[in-house]
Design a binder for this molecule. Structure first.
Ligand SMILES: Nc1nc2c(c(=O)[nH]1)N=C([C@H](O)[C@@H](O)CO)CN2
Length: 122
Protein backbone atom coordinates (compact mmCIF):
# COMPACT_ATOMS: atom_id res chain seq x y z
CA UNK A 1 0.00 0.00 0.00
CA UNK A 2 1.20 3.50 -0.83
CA UNK A 3 1.87 5.85 2.06
CA UNK A 4 1.24 9.53 2.53
CA UNK A 5 3.16 10.96 5.45
CA UNK A 6 3.50 14.04 7.62
CA UNK A 7 6.81 14.28 9.44
CA UNK A 8 7.62 16.34 12.52
CA UNK A 9 4.33 18.22 12.91
CA UNK A 10 4.80 20.29 16.06
CA UNK A 11 1.93 21.40 18.28
CA UNK A 12 1.94 23.27 21.58
CA UNK A 13 -0.71 22.05 23.99
CA UNK A 14 -1.51 21.22 27.58
CA UNK A 15 -0.75 17.55 28.21
CA UNK A 16 0.48 15.54 31.15
CA UNK A 17 -0.38 13.40 34.15
CA UNK A 18 1.11 15.66 36.83
CA UNK A 19 -0.49 18.73 38.44
CA UNK A 20 2.32 21.05 37.32
CA UNK A 21 1.58 20.12 33.73
CA UNK A 22 -2.04 21.31 33.86
CA UNK A 23 -1.18 25.01 33.57
CA UNK A 24 1.55 24.97 30.95
CA UNK A 25 1.80 24.18 27.27
CA UNK A 26 4.32 21.61 26.06
CA UNK A 27 5.51 20.65 22.63
CA UNK A 28 4.29 17.48 20.93
CA UNK A 29 5.74 16.17 17.68
CA UNK A 30 3.60 14.04 15.37
CA UNK A 31 4.91 11.72 12.68
CA UNK A 32 1.94 10.40 10.72
CA UNK A 33 1.83 7.74 8.02
CA UNK A 34 -1.37 6.97 6.16
CA UNK A 35 -2.06 3.97 3.91
CA UNK A 36 -3.62 5.48 0.80
CA UNK A 37 -3.71 4.60 -2.92
CA UNK A 38 -1.91 7.53 -4.56
CA UNK A 39 -2.38 6.31 -8.17
CA UNK A 40 -5.67 8.12 -8.98
CA UNK A 41 -4.15 11.43 -7.86
CA UNK A 42 -0.93 10.73 -9.75
CA UNK A 43 -2.63 9.65 -12.98
CA UNK A 44 -4.86 12.73 -13.04
CA UNK A 45 -2.35 15.07 -11.40
CA UNK A 46 -5.38 15.99 -9.29
CA UNK A 47 -5.37 17.25 -5.69
CA UNK A 48 -9.05 16.35 -5.37
CA UNK A 49 -8.05 12.68 -5.66
CA UNK A 50 -5.12 13.00 -3.31
CA UNK A 51 -5.01 12.66 0.45
CA UNK A 52 -4.49 16.34 1.24
CA UNK A 53 -1.68 16.32 3.81
CA UNK A 54 -2.14 20.05 4.44
CA UNK A 55 -5.83 19.65 5.36
CA UNK A 56 -4.98 16.62 7.48
CA UNK A 57 -2.21 18.47 9.33
CA UNK A 58 -4.58 21.36 10.07
CA UNK A 59 -7.18 19.04 11.63
CA UNK A 60 -4.58 17.22 13.72
CA UNK A 61 -3.14 20.52 14.97
CA UNK A 62 -6.57 21.87 15.87
CA UNK A 63 -7.52 18.70 17.75
CA UNK A 64 -4.27 18.53 19.70
CA UNK A 65 -4.43 22.22 20.62
CA UNK A 66 -8.04 22.03 21.82
CA UNK A 67 -8.07 18.70 23.67
CA UNK A 68 -6.13 18.38 26.91
CA UNK A 69 -5.37 14.85 28.10
CA UNK A 70 -2.95 13.25 30.52
CA UNK A 71 -1.26 10.55 28.45
CA UNK A 72 0.47 10.55 25.09
CA UNK A 73 -1.29 7.21 24.53
CA UNK A 74 -4.67 8.95 24.75
CA UNK A 75 -3.68 11.72 22.35
CA UNK A 76 -2.22 9.24 19.84
CA UNK A 77 -5.42 7.16 19.92
CA UNK A 78 -7.61 10.24 19.45
CA UNK A 79 -5.56 11.39 16.48
CA UNK A 80 -5.65 7.93 14.85
CA UNK A 81 -9.45 7.81 15.24
CA UNK A 82 -9.84 11.35 13.90
CA UNK A 83 -7.85 10.51 10.76
CA UNK A 84 -9.69 7.23 10.17
CA UNK A 85 -13.04 8.98 10.66
CA UNK A 86 -12.38 12.06 8.53
CA UNK A 87 -10.14 10.83 5.71
CA UNK A 88 -10.56 7.85 3.34
CA UNK A 89 -7.37 6.07 4.44
CA UNK A 90 -6.77 2.33 4.83
CA UNK A 91 -4.56 2.70 7.84
CA UNK A 92 -2.79 5.23 9.99
CA UNK A 93 0.42 5.08 11.97
CA UNK A 94 0.83 7.75 14.67
CA UNK A 95 4.22 8.28 16.27
CA UNK A 96 3.86 10.84 19.03
CA UNK A 97 6.94 12.31 20.68
CA UNK A 98 6.96 14.50 23.81
CA UNK A 99 10.42 16.03 23.45
CA UNK A 100 10.76 17.78 26.81
CA UNK A 101 9.34 15.10 29.08
CA UNK A 102 12.39 13.21 30.34
CA UNK A 103 15.73 14.77 31.24
CA UNK A 104 18.61 13.55 29.12
CA UNK A 105 16.28 11.95 26.58
CA UNK A 106 15.75 13.50 23.16
CA UNK A 107 12.16 12.41 23.31
CA UNK A 108 9.70 9.86 24.68
CA UNK A 109 6.37 8.74 23.35
CA UNK A 110 4.36 6.08 21.60
CA UNK A 111 3.78 4.66 18.15
CA UNK A 112 0.47 3.04 17.24
CA UNK A 113 -1.04 1.70 14.04
CA UNK A 114 -4.78 1.46 13.39
CA UNK A 115 -6.78 0.18 10.41
CA UNK A 116 -10.04 1.35 8.85
CA UNK A 117 -11.09 -2.19 8.00
CA UNK A 118 -12.88 -3.77 10.96
CA UNK A 119 -12.73 -0.61 13.06
CA UNK A 120 -16.37 0.26 12.46
CA UNK A 121 -15.16 3.28 10.50
CA UNK A 122 -15.12 3.20 6.66
N1 LIG B 1 3.57 5.80 29.07
C1 LIG B 1 3.52 7.07 29.56
N2 LIG B 1 4.28 7.39 30.61
C2 LIG B 1 4.22 8.64 31.10
C3 LIG B 1 3.38 9.61 30.53
C4 LIG B 1 2.60 9.24 29.40
O1 LIG B 1 1.84 10.06 28.80
N3 LIG B 1 2.69 7.96 28.95
N4 LIG B 1 3.37 10.89 31.01
C5 LIG B 1 4.12 11.24 32.05
C6 LIG B 1 4.16 12.65 32.48
O2 LIG B 1 3.08 13.41 32.03
C7 LIG B 1 5.52 13.16 31.99
O3 LIG B 1 5.47 13.36 30.58
C8 LIG B 1 5.98 14.40 32.67
O4 LIG B 1 7.36 14.59 32.41
C9 LIG B 1 4.97 10.31 32.77
N5 LIG B 1 4.98 8.98 32.17
Amino acid sequence: MDKVFVQGLEVLTTIGAYDWEKDIRQKLRFDLEMGYDTRPAALGDDLDKALDYAALSKKVTHHAEQNHVELVETMAEQIALLILREFPVHSVKVRLTKPGAVANAAGVGVEIERFAHGSGIS
